[in-house]
Design a protein around this ligand. Structure first.
Ligand code: GLU
Length: 314
């Protein structure tokens, strides 16, 4: 099915309407406070960028202000790991919504160290292990960073080293889960190295424009429509989108599908990458989180955007 951009849609106008409607909500939600660098972020920030498959970019608000992409990085790490080991990845990590907290250790015990999906923490740690491939963690980190720089067509994308250090200083539960998975034989690299790769990928800083551009291959059947480069096969792009749709919003993935109807992945930095297949890649950022840990205003903005554009896949 081809879903070409509707020529009657004036995206700039729609984005302006969404932005205006968000005014009354901006500042709501609770900024992540488990590390100082995130807790300092102004809750009143709001940015949105949309890059369409025909190369148009529409932005509003703080779309060029960098933020910590956190768990949004899991989508790109998943892409890299799938390219490395292919379908074999699915013997080490599932593809079902977790139905429990993103960092739940109980589920991991029941399921013998096989995480439910690659977008929750233990799943992303397995993915980091695959990318690490028992080599120097610096190589794995460079691989992820370079992937994002290439996809965003922007070599200025960096890792925030303060955030990376804080993730390591406070990541006791991630460390516990990594050792736990290792005890089940589902981690090959040294725990410290795997976590180093994982913590650094969470600490990548991007803005909405870069993020929307970076995700464009997922909106365009695995090919970057601007450079023409094939990033992943069409089937793989479809599957990554399926995992985002079913697992991308922590314990509220069903709710996001219900309200927005698009594949998406959120992070505790307040960013959400959202894909309108065959149409556009969207990044929103607003740091205040709802009770489940998804950007409160970001989710509302995407819901309105989906309504006004008709982009829901349903
Ligand atoms: N760095 C965070 C952690 O591993 C990621 C949180 C998130 O965005 O889900 O706990």
């Amino acid at each position: 099915m081809s879903r070409k951009p509707n020529p009657d849609i004036n995206l700039s106008e729609i984005v302006a309407v969404v932005r205006q409607e968000m005014e009354e909500h901006i500042g709501k939600g609770k900024v992540a406070n488990y590390i100082p660098a995130l807790s300092r972020v102004d809750p009143r920030k709001f940015g949105i960028a949309i890059t369409t498959c025909d190369g148009q970019t529409v932005t509003s608000g703080d779309a060029e202000e960098p933020f910590s992409i956190q768990s949004v990085s899991k989508v790109f790490a998943l892409t890299i790991a799938l390219e490395r080991v292919g379908e074999a990845l699915w013997s080490r990590v599932g593809r079902e919504p977790s139905g429990s907290a993103f960092n739940s250790i109980i589920q991991l015990e029941h399921e013998h160290g096989i995480p439910r999906n690659p977008l929750i923490n233990p799943g992303a740690i397995v993915v980091a292990d695959v990318i690490l491939n028992e080599r120097d963690p610096k190589l794995a980190i460079t691989k992820i960073l370079e992937f994002l720089r290439t996809r965003a067509d922007d070599s200025s994308i960096q890792i925030d080293m303060e955030v990376a250090q804080s993730e390591a200083d406070t990541g006791h539960r991630n460390t516990a889960m990594a050792y736990f998975m290792r005890s089940f034989g589902n981690l090959n690299g040294p725990v410290y190295d795997v976590l180093s790769a994982y913590f650094h990928q969470c600490a990548i800083t991007m803005n909405c424009v870069q993020l929307a551009r970076a995700g464009l291959y997922l909106a365009s059947s695995g090919t970057d429509p601007i450079s023409g480069e094939r990033v992943v096969s069409e089937a793989r792009a479809r599957r990554i989108n399926a995992v985002m749709m079913t697992c991308g919003h922590y314990d509220a993935s069903g709710d996001f599908a219900f309200h927005v109807g698009l594949p998406g992945k959120s992070g505790v930095g307040g960013g959400i990458l959202c894909i309108a297949p065959q149409t556009a890649s969207i990044a929103v950022w607003s740091p205040g989180l709802n009770a489940v840990g998804n950007s409160l205003v970001g989710s509302l903005a995407l819901e309105r955007l989906a309504q006004l554009t008709g982009w829901s896949v349903f």
